[in-house]
Design a protein around this ligand. Sequence first.
Ligand code: PMP
Length: 444
Amino acid sequence: MDTTTQDRQAGKEAAPAGKGGTTSMVDTMVCKYDGIVTADWDGLFAERIDGMKGSAIRELLKVTEMPDVISFAGGLPAPEVFPVREFKEACNFVLEEIGARALQYGPTEGYPPLKDYLVDKMKRYGVPVEPGNILLTNGSQQALDLVGKLFIHQGDLVLTESPTYVGALQAFNAYQPNYVTIPMDENGMRVDMLDNLLARHKVKFIYVLPNFQNPSGVTLSLERRFQLAEVAAEHGIIIVEDDPYGELRFEGENLTSLIVIHKENVLYLGTFSKTLAPGIRLGWVVAPQKVIQKMVLAKQGTDLHTGTFVQMVAYDICQRGILREHVKLIRDVYRERRDVMLRAMAKHFPVGVTWTHPEGGLFLWVTLPEHVDADELLKVAIEEKVAFVPGANFFPEGGGHNTMRLNFSNARPELIDEGIKRLGRALMREFGCEAPGPEACRAE
Ligand code: PMP
């Protein structure tokens, strides 16, 4: 028992600092309130907490949950197509056929049959891996945290695209890195700038989302993938390839993954969140065995292992071919929603606004005229009962005030059309235009 606890239990007061008593740890760690010694929580937090910011998006989601607001703010899949019946059948199967073992602790690395399934899946992508190259995680969000835990010393430089996935910044920030960023264009990260940047900065790893990036919806071109893998290898720098959306391609050819190009230098993150259901919190990491071994240790300290039951259920769904069929279905559903959104934007958005045309995924990215502030626009949009995420949230080094992210997977097509109409109205109000319509309205 420490002194603080002993004193507290004996009803003793800590000596007031600087008033006859000596200033001790106890003085600085507690404050008195009506005879009760209350911990000074703020003074106790570890320094790393300073760098942790709440996600503006999660805050925003609270506002947008109001029933009459049409929200393009979240990154949520379409709930009406979740395979609920199939999950129910799989749960029953696992409980009846596997029984108690499904409710027992399991190996940190993951449920072996599910790992074998993922080995085959990765082989189909062209990545020859062994089970020892795979770790099951609680979503790829946990994998991002484990990457931070494993690789980031305080002050290390992490290189990201700009914009990038805000949840990765949230995960990494706990380990107190600094960021250096590379802008994107319609072909993804400007890899032509990489060599110069790596020569000037000692970067720990490159975090990249090659397919239908969150937030921009942009895909890294094939040529740039090879350049990126090569330049990184020349500098001996690892790449963290985050790929939640790769399977959700609506059109065009699948492009080679970075891990296929340079297996030894790439740590690949996959997830069932967008292809099956995010609520099951199931993702996986592919990496060299020695990295997986360290990551296993890091994960043990966090949660021992990913849920046995959920892995068994997911495995049953995968091996019965349900996942494959489900992915086909959601590709069709999301393609239609993307098309509805693109058509509605062409109809309702005023002149001077541009947007990306993603070939898959969940998001598209809108650029407003330079002088328009998306945070201000959001206030008007909420009055019009529509929501989006202002783009500045996705820029680790600042910028992007005139951009916004729109999600097209979550709302039904008729709501997408109505929501974009409302957003068009908000834009025209922000641009200071009255009717007659978007063609006549341009930002001054
Ligand atoms: N990476 C990216 C790019 C994402 O968009 C998301 C979810 N929005 C994640 C990782 C985390 O996904 P999950 O933990 O659900 O697998």
